[in-house]
Design a protein around this ligand. Sequence first.
Ligand SMILES: [Zn+2]
Length: 359
Amino acid sequence: MAGFRCVKENFYRERFNDDKFKTKTSKEQNKIEDSIQLLYEHFRSEAQTDPEICTFLKNCQHPDGGFGGGPMQVAHLAATYAAVCALVIIGTDEAYEVIDRKKLGEYLSRMKQPEGSFKMHDYGEADIRGAYCAATVASLTNIYTQEMFDGTSEWIMTCQTYEGGFAGISGMEAHGGYTFCGLATLLILGKEKLCDVNALLKWAVNRQMRFEGGFQGRTNKLVDGCYSFWQGGLFPLIHRILVKTDSLTLGLERWLFHQGALQEYLLICCQTVNGGLIDKPGKNRDYYHTCYTLSGLSVAQHFAGGKFGSTWISGDAQNELIPIHPIYNICVDSVVNAHEFFSNLPSLDELDKQAYSES
Ligand SMILES: [Zn+2]
């Protein structure tokens, strides 16, 4: 939404101005613009209000903060992450204002565990997904506080295993999804230096499969399209860390995995004839795999390191997708617009002071 020119304020000032000198051509021009304006207005009103999505997500918001998977359900951190990202993608004031930031802050504080982790829901399990979901929604909506994440990065580091990847909790096996969550959270918290990045890189590069071209989630497992993002998405994050210490030997045109091989696996092996994308040939399509295979494809197509950016598109040029933000996995524009909107709203501390003075 936010990337569309026609939803920008003052867009209609772009209309042709004939300086009151009506000619046959200028009248034609105005006529065409009138009909186009009708279409744009329809699009703007449909997309900007998105009443059904916003109302649905509003109904999923729990009175005690956070979002459930559906209306009247208990709040869950994964559903909260999905709901906040969906509202940020819609990107209108109405969508942003669905989020009760004060209650969200209270919910995150309630999920926080004494050792620094976050449980997924009341009476639920605590694992590295919780830390990622909490850190993303807190940073996107400007309710992040140091206190809220006290001890979180140290707890995350207990999850990096002897293999180099991260497990869901300490003592378990390294896994693509948990590794992305761990590393992205360390970057949000500014604590990426704690990570053994060389061990992580060695583990991550060895998860891309030689024949298939896609990634496996764990050592000795089969290829799966969704790991195109969970594993492939690690490389922009690793690059961001390495470029600060090793910018001379680090490539400035490619991520440290075979981008062409991953694109071929996704384009040739993971698409279904009726639309949607899959784990591997023989599996059924679903929204989860469609989302994460496309996100992985976008990562494989776009390199952006420091001031340098380049595009590597396998096959036809029309295969190109929009670049995604490497930490939040939504379009870069959506993240920028959300930061702009929420940074003008009071912080959690200020909200607490307001509530205190009103009581
Ligand atoms: Zn999968």
